[in-house]
Design a protein around this ligand. Structure first.
Ligand code: NAD
Length: 269
């Protein structure tokens, strides 16, 4: 029988951290061996199982990110941009694969991940749900089919605690549309409108972000032209879907060569 894959979790006390602890514990073929939080976090020293409402699992939350890379084969990281970039350095130093869900990375943080992926295998996705990854593939296809006579607007809504906008998923959807149209998103993106904006520029891809309550994540890609509008919508109602996808990615990484992979690679959409 194959040995369980040893998984570490960075950001164990976060909203996703708790969902990941539950998912890793419930998934055959995985073993949760280590977890960390930022220095000074009140969860440091507590048992991960207690954090996730499972009862003690015998793994304490550490404040040493590097420590979890020493004992893990794969580290799942849903933390914050600067933390994730520094964790990627530990991954290279210790030859550990990563599953990265953190969003809102700057160009410098992105470069750190791309550099690390020359040495280790990384699955990185703005959204680990299977439904959203299907939506990415569909958006690319619909954009290629309809062409730029259809105006594309991407609307997202998230809970009141979310720190970045537009969401990483909305940007990934914009990228999928841009790929379908054979343009670069950065050349056509319009991120929010306010005041006298003038008429819509043909070929642009617009973004609008709503924030409120406990919304886990809603995304709509609209294709609008004179006379008709096509809308593709995904609504997440539970964080478990992201944790499930991340754990699936961790299992998929076992034995994979170095490289930067997406969730579309994992589910082969
Ligand atoms: P959160 O704020 O609840 O959790 C983040 C946790 O990371 C916190 O507990 C924080 O203390 C911890 N952290 C910060 N710096 C750290 C460090 N240096 N070392 C260890 N831990 C550290 O946020 P969340 O809702 O769980 O989301 C976390 C990230 O994941 C965000 O970027 C969010 O956008 C993203 N996210 C991605 C997906 C996806 O499918 N890709 C889904 C949900 C959330």
């Amino acid at each position: 029988m194959a040995e369980d894959i040893r998984i570490g979790i960075a950001g164990a006390a976060g909203r996703m951290g708790a969902a990941l602890i539950r998912e890793v514990s419930a998934t055959a073929g995985c073993r949760l061996v280590a977890a960390c939080e930022r220095e000074g976090h009140p969860a440091v020293g507590r048992d991960v199982g207690d954090l996730a409402g499972l009862g003690a699992l015998g793994v304490a939350v550490s404040d040493s990110a590097e420590g979890i890379f020493r004992s893990s084969e794969v580290v799942i990281d849903f933390t914050a941009p600067a933390a994730t970039a520094s964790h990627a350095e530990f991954a290279v130093r210790h030859g550990v694969a990563m599953v990265i869900g953190t969003t809102g990375l700057s160009a410098i943080h992105e470069a750190a991940l791309v550099g690390a992926a020359h040495k280790v295998a990384i699955v990185r996705a703005a959204n680990f749900s299977i439904g959203v990854n299907l939506l990415l593939a569909l958006s690319e296809k619909v954009a290629a089919t309809l062409g730029s006579d259809y105006d594309v607007e991407i609307v997202e809504m998230h809970h009141r605690h979310k720190k970045d906008a537009p969401s990483g998923t909305a940007l990934a959807l914009g990228d999928a549309v841009a790929v379908g149209r054979k343009v670069a998103l950065k050349d056509v993106a319009v991120r929010g409108r306010d005041g006298i904006t003038g008429e819509r520029v043909s070929g642009s891809i617009g973004f609008a972000s709503l924030r409120g309550g406990d919304v886990v994540g809603d995304h709509t890609v609209m294709f609008a032209t004179e006379g008709e509008r096509l809308e593709l919508t995904h609504k997440a109602s539970h964080r478990r879907i992201f944790a499930k996808g991340a754990v699936r990615a961790a299992l998929w990484l076992k034995g994979r060569p170095s490289g930067l992979y997406s969730m579309r690679d994992v589910v082969a959409i």
